[in-house]
Design a binder for this molecule. Structure first.
Ligand code: PGA
Ligand code: ZN
Length: 430
């Protein structure tokens, strides 16, 4: 039996220069591998707890020395000697060692680091690509990338309220061509923004442009023009996805769209989003409503879900219990999958499997604070749900994932699904 022999953990920095963990797992046959843990900024309040030291003398309290220590003192004794190839048993032992429902005692960051490092060490031991180990027999495929072009909200100094304006280049035969379209559109968007007289002094947290546009609608309009300017057909080859991240501008029961000069109820938001889906080639809406408005989400889904992907991120926080409730209530038709929102690979795949069984979409996603680890690319391929969201095509923590997917496509043997991912959304992608 291939067993876990040792763990090694240390503090590293993420793409925002904030501490996170790296964990190395060593197995009984000598195979060893390391995984790095991502970290969000616009986090949902139901996420598993990322343990931070709270010691103001180090990294303004953001150090993860305690989480690192927990890998040595608590998680290693819990998994040492276990069958490394039984990921479910390993993850169960990690969860049991923590003893809390939200992984707050030992830290979801510490737990996820171990979970991922063990899986990767198994892939090294077997001499197979990580995605094959992770897929564990599931049908794997390359994903359509959902690429950030304009950033707003918490990722760009609250210039505009919506957080992400992305392109989904689905009308292509190969992943490499889809990615190239995103690069062309990112460049066209820069030209359009400059021509309109906006200053561009750098990129936002996920590598997108973060100009102080007049409104959210202007971002949609400019993105549509950027698709055309780059020479692609909006809606047919390239659609728009938005991450509204609405919990972050919801206060006193209303959505405060300051740049739109509007304060909206849930019904008002649904109407506005519906209008914009008619005017612009929007294929996907993430977190269109507040993370606890279950009724509103059901209304949003019954109104727009036949033609648009309705994705829960802060709403579901990759929690199998919340996703199962959402399926029962028809509260969305898609889930954003972020490993560190829940803290183990097994629970992440539980969410993927529940989405698949319900006929939902799933988008495997990075965090705004990410690392040079390409683990997520293999995870997206292993999930086989056909979509990945990593941020923009600048900043190497993003490129690590895009480039790994280029490698996997170049090596052959994996299908790129293109527009067929969205064929259930009638009339949207033809
Ligand atoms: P986060 O942003 O990693 O800051 O949560 C990503 C997202 O909201 O999709
Ligand atoms: Zn989001």
């Amino acid at each position: 039996m291939l067993t876990i022999r040792d763990l090694f953990a240390y503090e590293i920095l993420d793409s925002r220069g904030r501490p996170t963990l790296a964990v190395e797992a060593a197995l009984s046959d000598g195979a060893r591998a390391t995984a790095q843990v991502p970290s969000g900024a616009s986090t949902g309040s139901h996420e598993a707890v990322e343990l931070r030291d709270g010691d103001p003398s180090r990294y303004a309290g953001r150090g993860v020395a305690k989480a690192v220590l927990h890998v040595w003192t608590e998680l290693l004794p819990a998994v040492r000697g276990l069958n490394a190839e039984d990921q479910a048993a390993v993850d169960r032992a990690l969860i049991a060692a923590d003893r809390t429902p939200d992984k707050s005692r030992l830290g979801a960051n510490a737990i996820l680091g171990v979970s991922c490092a063990v899986a990767r060490a198994v892939s090294v031991s077997r001499g197979e690509p990580l995605w094959r180990t992770l897929a564990a027999g599931r049908q794997a495929m390359l994903p359509v990338p959902m690429v950030n072009v304009f950033s707003g909200g918490l990722h760009a100094g609250r210039n505009i309220e919506f957080q992400d304006f992305l392109v989904a280049p689905h009308g292509f035969d190969r992943y490499a061509d889809a990615l190239r379209a995103a690069v062309d559109i990112h460049a066209a968007a820069e030209r359009l923004v400059s021509e309109a007289g906006y200053a561009l002094t750098g990129v936002a947290d996920e590598g997108g442009w973060g100009p102080a546009l007049r409104s959210n609608e202007e971002a949609l309009e400019m993105l549509t023009r950027a698709i055309e300017r780059a020479g692609y057909r909006p809606g047919e080859q390239v659609s728009i996805a938005i991450d509204v991240a609405s919990s972050h501008f919801f206060r006193d029961e209303v959505y405060r769209l300051a740049t739109e000069k509007r304060e909206l109820t849930a019904a008002g938001m649904i109407e506005l989003l519906g209008e914009w889906c008619g005017r612009y080639p929007v294929l996907s809406i993430e977190d269109g409503l507040h993370e606890d408005d279950w009724e509103g989400w059901t209304r949003l889904t019954s109104t727009l879900g036949g033609r648009v992907q309705i994705v829960g991120d802060d709403f579901f926080t990759t929690d199998p219990r919340r996703v199962r409730r959402g399926i029962g209530e028809g509260a969305a038709n898609a889930v954003l999958v972020k490993m560190n929102q829940i803290g183990t690979l097994t629970e992440t795949f539980e969410v993927r499997d529940a989405a698949r069984a319900a006929g939902w979409f799933a988008v495997v996603s990075a965090r705004s604070g990410d690392t040079e680890d390409s683990f997520l690319a293999d995870l997206a391929v292993a999930c086989g749900m056909g979509q990945i969201k990593v941020g923009s095509i600048t900043r190497s923590e993003r490129l690590a994932k895009y480039n790994r997917l280029l490698e996997l496509e170049a090596r052959g043997g994996l299908e790129f699904p293109g527009s067929s991912v969205f064929e259930r959304l009638r009339g949207r992608t033809e």
